[in-house]
Ligand binder design. Structure first.
Ligand code: CA
Length: 435
């Protein structure tokens, strides 16, 4: 059993007012990177209530005075990588220091008006930036319900799972260079598509732009090339968790994916939420994963439960709608292959993981259509369009459509969340190749 961290005590509260449904009570204290809309350098920050707190200001003032962070300069930075390089105990110390500084009954920051004026920003006054410099990005395929749905749609109902799926956390290497922060729009991709009634492929705009609801794990501690990360050490290498939107062009994917997996159908854009929640903050929401049968090989056997009870909501808003509409509500706790199994598998051949690498869960789907984590599943390959409240219908995303993914954990005492992850589809760029 993990000792209960004092920072997770449900009775803690801050001198900053936090609404009951806020994603950012004192028990969360996620990490991100921001800059003021009025200008200024990007700095590492945390969130409390409706405020973003500039950790570079607190660091310069000497308020991070624990044994691992004292004298360090890791928050006056444009990304979290230098902070992550200090290791898991330093991440815990930073959160513990912030928890102490933000308590209602601790005067240090509460009564230092001058410092608070420099360090606290209303959320509306800041721009959140990509919080990490991402070196590598791997996407897994670890929801059994999702893999079954895709198998049924594209290969038939007889054997929806390929023979390896129950033995291997299947994944592929994505493009880190195309990862953007929430709020960044992207252009509808162009590519090779093979129409069903044609012998040959055409070059065209994708007509099947989709989104996959995922959570992603941020590597905060590297391994050496050639040295696998044992499954029971995997947790020490993970800094935290963020939401991930895996934008997917299904028509391009269908033509290109055999035999090496997705390529251009996925690597035009991938979005993550601006806040990374530490595993320490998620600890009260850790829960058991589904039973695994057949039993995995020994290097994939976790001795603990590593699923989390994270609600994940997928909403759409077209240009004609005045507010967003929920099309699915799913939960990460149903994931078949957990993140420790994914990391152990990823490195079992000696593959090196770097600080700032991310690996994603794969689309998270539950058992019923209102819990499916992608449009291709919800609409069953476009055969059952989504009816929106204003009368519009959607099979896939149209130009101008916005997708919002919301993620949060809730217990009887408080809610912690990631903030919102959104992305908008812009018209495709004109191409001289589009004839
Ligand atoms: Ca995916």
């Amino acid at each position: 059993m993990n000792p209960i961290l004092p920072e997770n005590n449900p009775s803690l509260h801050s001198f900053i007012e936090v609404a009951a449904d806020s994603h950012f009570p004192i028990q969360n204290l996620p990490f991100g990177v921001f800059k003021p809309k009025t200008g200024g350098a990007p700095h590492v920050s945390t969130a409390i209530g409706d405020y973003v707190v500039d950790l570079a200001v607190l660091e310069a003032k000497g308020l991070f005075d624990g044994t691992l962070l004292k004298g360090k300069k890791v928050f006056n930075q444009p990304d979290l990588n230098a902070f992550m390089a200090l290791g898991r105990l330093a991440w815990r110390e930073a959160r513990a220091t912030l928890s102490q500084l933000l308590r209602h009954d601790v005067a240090t920051l509460r009564d230092d008006i001058e410092c608070r004026q420099r360090a606290f920003f209303a959320r509306k006054d800041v721009e959140m930036l990509l919080p990490i410099t991402v070196g590598g990005y791997t996407d897994f395929y670890s929801s059994k319900e999702h893999a079954m749905n895709m198998g049924m749609m594209f290969r038939g109902k007889e054997s929806p799972l390929l023979p390896n799926w129950l033995h291997i956390p299947v994944g592929y290497d994505g493009r880190a260079s195309s990862i953007v922060v929430s709020g960044s729009p992207f252009h509808r991709p162009l590519g090779q598509i093979k129409p069903a009634d044609s012998e040959s492929p055409i070059f065209a705009e994708s007509q099947q732009v989709d989104v996959e609801v995922e959570v992603a794990f941020v590597v905060g501690s590297a391994n050496k090339l050639g040295e696998p990360i044992p499954i029971d050490k995997a947790v020490d290498h993970v800094f935290g968790v963020t939401l991930l939107a895996d934008w997917s062009a299904r028509d391009i994917q269908k033509w290109e994916y055999v035999p090496l997996g997705p390529f251009l159908s996925k690597n035009f854009c991938t979005s993550i939420s601006p806040w990374i929640i530490t595993l320490d903050a998620l600890e009260p929401f850790r829960t058991s994963s589904p039973e695994q049968a057949p039993k995995p090989l020994p290097y994939l056997r976790s001795t603990r439960n590593w699923a989390y009870d994270i609600n994940l909501e997928l909403s759409l808003q077209t240009e004609k709608m005045s507010s967003s509409y929920r099309v699915a509500l799913t939960n990460y706790r149903g994931i078949y292959w957990d993140f420790c199994q994914q990391l152990a598998h990823h490195t079992i051949n000696g593959c090196k993981m770097n600080i700032g690498d991310i690996f994603a869960s794969g689309t998270i789907s539950g058992p019923t259509p209102d819990t499916f984590g992608s449009l291709v599943e919800i609409t069953w390959a476009g055969t059952k369009p989504i009816k929106l409240p204003n009368g519009e219908e959607r099979k896939f995303l149209q130009d101008g459509d916005q997708v919002i993914i919301d993620g949060w954990c809730q217990n009887t005492n408080y809610r912690i969340g990631f903030g919102e992850l959104s992305g908008k589809v812009l018209p495709s760029l004109k191409s001289e190749f589009l004839l």
